[in-house]
Design a protein around this ligand. Structure first.
Ligand code: C2E
Ligand code: MG
Ligand code: MG
Ligand code: MG
Length: 289
């Protein structure tokens, strides 16, 4: 699409761009409606320990089940929701839904696993720690059930404020991981100041293993710095046995990817937990959305 031109401070937009804006407004109002009418849902993708092969948690990934368009992936609406601020309401819905799910699984006898919620920069405000605390309490959940994944863009502005928020979240016993690590601009020196538990190696690096020497070097460097800073390190987007082997040899703690499992609807996730022995303790069937 053509960009709008600016002449003497007046913007002229091509009809392409008008269409783009119209489309955005349509998605935005659709998303507003979706929030109120149960069209959002979550899939859960397991994370595994390299040490014993056991499941250690799962990432909650939002989807929009659109009445006409079918399943819309987050990449098609989260960036827009971030731009308009609507992502705050989406995030509130996600945290609530994840905790309701955890509560259902807990009642069914599942041992605590960390359910990771992706949090956008715009949601990372001083009210977040209280909301997390209140939501856990209301659902009768230990903090072991929750993890927040943030990206480097969250760390870009007002570092001291961000660290204060992180400290309060971490004090609750909720862990923090730095998602898509290596793709942003955060300075390595900040890593030691953040109360972060885990670095997530971005899928773009995992994908290049083992063929691309640069990706291999970047991945093993991230693993190495994690270990030296006593952080856990997880590789996302693991699809092949070769990637797994490389990561294992490099000392990566945890893996997540299609090699093991795609993100699954909650009922399928808990069924796999049972059938594939992902979970140590007994009975954990069902659980509502
Ligand atoms: P992310 O947090 O980096 O999540 C990882 C994405 O990689 C997910 O895509 C996941 O399905 C996909 N993935 C996992 N393993 C593999 C693999 O082995 N191969 C390939 N090709 N892909 C894999 P998804 O679900 O489409 O989510 C995309 C992004 O949308 C997420 O990236 C995250 O940034 C954002 N997102 C998802 N849910 C939420 C949410 O609830 N809130 C916010 N703010 N953002 C979300
Ligand atoms: Mg994530
Ligand atoms: Mg990621
Ligand atoms: Mg990623």
């Amino acid at each position: 699409a053509k960009q709008g031109a600016e002449v003497d401070g007046v913007a002229f937009y091509s009809s392409d761009m008008n269409q783009g804006m119209h489309e955005r407004m349509r998605i935005e109002s659709g998303l507003r409606q979706a929030l109120g009418s149960g069209q959002l849902l979550l899939h859960y993708q397991p994370k595994f320990s390299m040490e014993d092969g056991g499941i250690i948690g799962a990432e909650a990934l939002v989807r929009w089940l659109h009445p006409e368009r079918g399943m819309i992936p987050p990449g098609d609406f989260i960036p827009l929701a971030e731009a308009t601020g609507l992502v705050v309401q989406v995030g509130e819905w996600v945290l609530e839904a994840v905790c309701a799910q955890a509560q259902a699984w807990k009642r069914a006898g599942m041992r605590p696993i960390r359910l990771a919620v992706n949090v956008s920069a715009r949601e990372f405000t001083p009210t977040l720690p209280d909301r997390v605390h209140e939501t856990l309490q209301r659902h009768g959940l230990e903090p072991e059930w929750l993890e927040l994944e943030i990206t480097e863009s969250t760390l870009m502005h007002n570092i001291d404020r961000v660290i204060a928020i992180m400290d309060r979240i971490s004090a609750l016993g909720v862990t923090l991981s730095l998602d898509d690590f290596g793709t942003g601009y955060s300075s390595l020196s900040y890593l030691k100041r953040f109360p972060i538990d885990t670095l997530k190696i971005d899928r773009s690096f995992t994908t290049g293993i083992p063929a691309d020497a640069n990706d291999c070097a970047i991945a093993s460097s991230i693993i190495s710095i994690s270990r030296q800073l006593s952080l856990r390190v997880i590789a996302e987007g693991v699809e092949t046995a070769e990637q797994l082997e490389f990561l294992r040899c490099s000392g990566c703690n945890e893996v997540q990817g299609f090699l093991y499992s795609r993100p699954l609807p909650p009922a399928e996730f808990s069924r796999s937990l049972l059938e594939l022995g992902w979970v140590v303790s007994a009975a954990c069937s069902g659980g509502g959305e």
